[in-house]
Design a protein around this ligand. Structure first.
Ligand code: SAH
Ligand code: SF4
Length: 373
């Protein structure tokens, strides 16, 4: 596996214990650790120089040995009224996108609208699902835990610069979904480390139930997830309800076919006592047959899962498209008649899907544009 080693490590994703050891090694008293963690996560400093209650020699030592945030914001782009994209450049010049999606709420201003952030876990993706832009150029590397935490913080920096700090310990987002570029469970340790920093009281203190990890279905890792201490949610990208259909569009189904995937998800759901979401993109003439809806019903009932139907979003260079509205509704009706809880994303959600889960191509195009300026 390719391991990326930054020239100057970041403290993001480190725990109070590991930061404490560093502080001790620099000859500083232990109370500095708490101050430093607070600057990172509660006050969200963008520079070590801001950390004015630390001694000057500690600030200097930190600046000489560490990078505060390993990602640099290179482009902030309002994709539509409801989505905003942050293009971040990493130390090796890889680019990742983080998306902020605001769900407009009737009767409330944008200030209080709920928002979800969609974060990336890898540069590219090795799983090559046929419909997905993230896998088109293959896999480059895993993100480090610091690079994942950096995405949460950059969203905070951007929002707080615009509107000031939200009251008390609130954060400018209500949900975090690992549905950006990459397969989070193929970068297991870094994703879990980042989730801990997001959730821990010493970190961002963000509620576990509002964190969703989405996977294409890596069975051993799903089983491992069931024992994780942080109670985040799980979404499984199903997209095919029989092996023949699923294998056609998701090569990972050869390695972990439905007869091994479904029991693993069941184990997770039972051990956690929490409802899992099955994601099902509707692609015309590929997976939208009624027989698929019936098979999907069977799986959802066995897992007591919620089904999220997502009309396919076109990806440049790929032939797939979404079925028409009538077909989408007929498909959904089969779930409804079987009392399977489900949602179908309406047209308004188009931007959301476009922003989240299919980032790679646009990222590379952005780079070209960016380099020309
Ligand atoms: N690798 C993980 C997480 C990233 S993909 C996974 O596969 O679950 C996040 C979601 O976006 C997945 O459900 C994926 O299937 C979906 N997605 C990818 N391309 C899409 C497209 N063109 N239209 C709609 N959803 C898409
Ligand atoms: Fe990778 Fe998920 Fe896209 Fe499949 S859907 S290629 S696993 S990012």
């Amino acid at each position: 596996m390719v391991r990326f080693t930054p020239s100057q490590p970041s403290l993001l994703g480190e725990t109070p214990e590991t930061v404490g050891r560093l502080v001790a090694s620099s000859g500083q008293p232990p109370f500095r650790t708490k101050q430093l963690m607070e600057w990172l996560y509660k006050r969200r400093a963008v520079d070590f120089a801001e950390m004015t209650n630390l001694s000057a020699d500690l600030r200097e030592w930190l600046g000489a040995n560490f990078r505060l945030n390993p990602a640099r914001l290179v482009l902030l782009k309002r994709a539509s009224d409801i989505t905003e994209k942050l293009l971040l450049e990493l130390e090796d010049r890889s680019l990742v996108e983080t998306v902020l999606i605001r769900y407009p709420q009737r009767g409330v201003g944008v200030e209080t609208a709920r928002s979800t952030i969609c974060v990336s876990s890898q540069v590219g993706c090795a799983y090559g699902c046929r419909f997905c832009a993230s896998g088109l150029d293959g896999w480059k590397r895993n993100l480090t835990a610091a690079e994942i935490v950096a995405q949460f913080l950059h969203i905070c920096y951007v929002e707080e610069k615009r509107r000031g700090r939200p009251p008390k310990d609130a954060l400018p987002f209500d949900n975090v979904v690992f549905m950006g570029m990459g397969e989070p469970l193929a970068n297991y340790d870094s994703v879990m480390t980042a989730i801990r920093a997001l959730n821990a009281p010493w970190g961002l203190g963000f509620g576990a139930r509002r964190i969703t990890v989405s996977t294409s279905g890596l069975v051993p890792e799903i089983l491992r997830l069931a024992d994780e201490p942080v109670q985040f949610r799980l979404a499984v990208s199903l997209h095919g309800a029989t092996n023949d259909v699923r294998t056609q569009i998701m090569p990972v189904n050869r390695k972990y076919p439905l007869e091994s995937l479904v029991p693993a998800v069941k184990t997770f759901a039972e051990r956690r006592g929490r409802m899992v979401t099955l994601e099902y993109i509707l692609i015309e003439d590929v997976n939208d047959a009624f027989a698929q809806a019936e098979a999907l019903t069977g799986i959802a009932r066995e897992l007591r899962a919620h089904v999220n139907l997502i009309p396919y979003n076109r990806v440049e260079g790929l032939p797939w498209k979404r079925p028409n509205l009538q077909r989408q509704e007929a498909f959904a009706r089969i779930l409804r008649d079987a009392a399977v809880p489900h949602t179908i994303r309406k047209e308004k959600g188009h931007d959301i899907d476009a922003a989240c889960g299919q980032l790679r191509l646009r990222t590379e195009k952005d780079r070209l544009r960016f380099n020309h300026h």
